[in-house]
Design a protein around this ligand. Structure first.
Ligand SMILES: Nc1ncnc2c1ncn2[C@@H]1O[C@H](COP(=O)(O)OP(=O)(O)OP(=O)(O)O)[C@@H](O)[C@H]1O
Ligand SMILES: [Mg+2]
Length: 327
């Protein structure tokens, strides 16, 4: 990151205000009244700034994970997020369900976005289990129709973020090399994971799907289509955080989508109904296989969810993951 641009932090609010002024992102008469963490997130600095005129969201990516600064992450990911917003800007059916992007500063990997309000994301779904998936499935149909303009295509390959995600979705959960003691999550889960990891064929299935995830495709994907990226607003559910977006196979987004419907207690029939609202052709078996991997990695990988389940329930979910992976 160029030295002239600060690594912003809520510990140094004056620096944030100076940054906003330097970029002309505040009008001459506008004053920042308050700044706060916008919500729960791990990867980036995400700040809600309330001014005398409005509120907005400031987001900055840095070459590490915000919550765990010792862990490196691709520092340019804000530019991918911006490219995604640019790619969908001419598609109201997609863009209207996302925050507007007001201004971007490439040098500091920061941007300001429309504030969709303080309502929470949808990660309470794992506890409450109720969601109308139809608007989200419709949104995905529209997104997957977007023709990405040539100048944005290379950036939206998003290879570095895919590499990171590949490790956490397809590799580390199946090898256990993340080193996490799963008994600290749920006593007994470690043994379940050990036994799951050596079941015949599952490593190969995961590895084939992982290679598909790493292959370039033509469809613009959100890349992280789960309840943490869905915000409840007064204007319906909205979608945020496309930093993992890439040009790939539509079945990946669809698989992640239905995986989280499964994990929030929706039956297989309900998942099938949700997929009916996705009105473009797709390979259902491939969706199921990606869904299975997503369930597996959320249970025995590092990126755990607020999923309060007994060991028996997790065992049942892992069995469902296996059935889906073998679809
Ligand atoms: N445009 C917005 N309007 C209102 N709230 C927002 C907006 N963008 C982000 N937030 C809030 O900030 C939280 C974190 O945002 P976001 O998911 O973009 O950050 P992140 O660092 O990429 O998170 P993660 O680690 O989950 O990838 C969201 O869950 C939400 O509560
Ligand atoms: Mg994110």
């Amino acid at each position: 990151m160029p030295a002239s641009f600060p690594t912003l932090s809520l510990d140094r609010p004056d620096d944030i205000v100076a940054h906003l002024h330097a970029l002309g992102w505040l009008t001459a008469t506008e004053e920042v009244v308050r700044m706060e963490k916008a919500g729960e997130g791990n990867m980036n600095l995400v700040v809600r700034a309330v001014t005398t005129r409005r509120s907005f969201i400031l987001k900055q990516s840095r070459p590490w994970v915000e919550k765990y600064p010792s862990i490196e992450a691709p520092g340019d990911r804000m530019l991918v997020e911006v490219a995604f917003y640019q790619a969908v800007s001419d598609h109201p059916a997609v863009a209207d369900r996302m925050p507007a992007i007001f201004a971007v500063d490439e040098g500091s990997r920061s941007a300001i976005l429309e504030d969709l309000g303080t309502a929470s994301d949808c990660t309470d779904l794992y506890a409450t289990g109720r969601l109308d998936p139809q608007p989200l499935a419709t949104w995905l149909s529209e997104l997957h129709d977007v023709q990405v303009p040539d100048p944005l295509r290379e950036g939206l390959r998003n290879r570095e973020m895919r590499k990171l995600n590949h490790a956490h979705i397809f590799d580390l959960p199946m090898t256990g090399a993340h080193g996490m003691d799963l008994d600290e999550v749920t006593p007994g889960l470690q043994a379940l994971a050990d036994e799951f990891r050596v079941r015949a064929g599952l490593r190969d299935i995961t590895s084939v799907l992982g290679n598909l995830y790493l292959s370039d495709g033509e469809t613009l994907l959100h890349g992280d289509f789960y309840p943490g990226s869905w915000l409840r607003t007064g204007d319906g559910v909205k979608v945020i955080d496309p930093e993992f977006g890439f040009l790939g196979a539509r079945e990946f987004d669809l698989g992640v989508f239905v995986a989280h419907l499964h994990m929030s207690g929706h039956s297989s029939d309900e998942c099938s109904r949700a997929l009916k609202a996705y009105t473009r052709p797709f390979d259902r078996e491939l969706v199921d296989r990606f869904a299975g991997v997503e369930i597996m990695r959320r249970l025995i990988g590092v990126a755990q969810l607020p999923l309060v389940r007994t060991l028996a329930e997790k065992k049942e979910l892992l069995s469902r993951a296996e059935r889906l992976m073998r679809a």
